[in-house]
Design a binder for this molecule. Structure first.
Ligand code: IPE
Ligand code: IPE
Ligand code: MG
Length: 245
C-alpha cells in the first residue's frame, strides 16, 4: 500500500483491454465492455477509500467512433444502463459525477441521463468522478482555442493575456487540478489522445492487466509506484529535497 502522506490528488485512467479480455474467453467484444463496468465500480470504491480527491476515467475516445457500428451501439447502451443502475449509489456515497467530451455527439437519451446525473450529484463533496466520453485531448484543446479566439474577437481578452492559466480555464477539466498519476491497463504504453494538456507532469504507470481484471491490488501497486516518485517539475533533485526536508 502507498504511504498515507503521498496519495495523488487526481488519478486519470485509460481503461484498455476489454476487447481482448472477451476474445480470450471466446466471447464478443461487448462482453468485455460489460465486464469492464465492474472494474470501474471497484476503482471508484478504492479511490474513495484511499482518499483520492479526483478520478478521471477514459470510457470512449473521439477516435472510437471509427469502431464497428454494432460495438458503438452496444457501448452506448451500456453507458445508459450503467448510469441508470449506478447513479443513486454514487450519490449516496457523496460522489460528484461529471462528463467530459463532445456530449452533443451522443444520442439524446444518453445526453439526458448525463445531465440528470450531473445535476443530481452536483452538490456532493466527496470523490470527483469525471467520465470521458467522446473525448479527445486535441478536441479539448481546439475547443479552448476557439473560445479564447472568440473572446479576443469580441474585445474581452488581449492576445498578450493568453497564458497557461487562461488556456487551462477553457479546458474540460477547468478548476480541477492536473492528474498526478496516469494509469493505463491493457499493456499499451501510449496516451491515445487522452488529456494531452493536463497530463503534462503526470507520473505514468502501465500494467498488462486487461481492464476487466483491474482491481484493488493493481490500483494499490500503482499508488505504491506513485508514492516512490520524486516529482521535480523541472527543478533539480537537490532543490526538491531542500524544500521537502
Ligand atoms: C477499452 O477497451 C474500452 C474502449 C476503448 C471503449 P478496448 O475495447 O480498446 O479493448 P482492446 O484494447 O481492444 O482489448
Ligand atoms: C483508448 O483505448 C481509449 C479508451 C480507453 C476509451 P483505445 O483502445 O481506443 O486506444 P488505441 O487505439 O489502442 O490507442
Ligand atoms: Mg484498446
Amino acid at each position: 500500500m502507498a504511504e498515507d502522506d503521498n496519495i495523488p490528488t487526481h488519478v486519470a485512467v485509460i481503461m484498455d483491454g476489454n476487447g481482448r479480455w472477451a476474445r480470450k474467453r471466446g466471447r464478443p467484444r461487448h462482453a468485455g465492455h460489460r465486464a469492464g463496468v465492474g472494474a470501474v465500480r471497484e476503482t471508484v470504491e478504492v479511490a474513495a477509500k484511499r482518499g483520492i480527491s479526483y478520478l478521471t476515467v477514459f470510457a470512449f475516445s473521439s477516435e472510437n467512433w471509427s469502431r464497428p457500428r454494432e460495438e458503438i451501439s452496444k457501448l452506448m447502451g451500456l453507458f445508459v444502463e450503467a448510469l441508470q443502475r449506478e447513479v443513486d449509489e454514487l450519490h449516496q456515497n457523496n460522489v460528484r459525477l461529471r462528463f467530459i467530451g463532445a456530449r452533443q455527439q451522443l444520442q439524446p437519451g444518453l445526453q439526458d441521463k448525463i445531465a440528470a446525473a450531473e445535476q443530481q450529484t452536483a452538490g456532493n463533496t466527496g470523490l470527483g468522478l469525471q467520465v470521458a466520453v467522446a473525448y479527445g485531448g486535441r478536441w479539448d484543446i481546439v475547443q479552448a482555442v476557439r473560445r479564447l479566439a472568440m473572446r479576443v474577437k469580441q474585445g474581452h481578452l488581449s492576445v498578450d493575456d493568453i497564458d497557461d492559466d487562461s488556456v487551462a480555464q477553457e479546458l474540460e477539466l477547468a478548476g480541477i487540478p492536473d492528474p498526478d498519476l496516469l494509469i493505463r491497463t491493457g499493456g499499451e504504453q501510449r496516451i491515445s489522445n487522452f488529456l494531452l494538456w493536463n497530463l503534462a507532469y503526470a507520473e505514468l504507470w502501465f500494467c498488462d492487466a486487461l481492464w476487466p481484471d483491474f482491481g484493488e491490488r493493481q490500483f494499490d501497486e500503482a499508488l505504491t509506484f506513485f508514492a516512490r516518485r520524486e516529482r521535480r517539475f523541472g527543478h533539480t533533485g537537490e532543490q526538491v529535497k531542500a524544500v521537502t526536508s
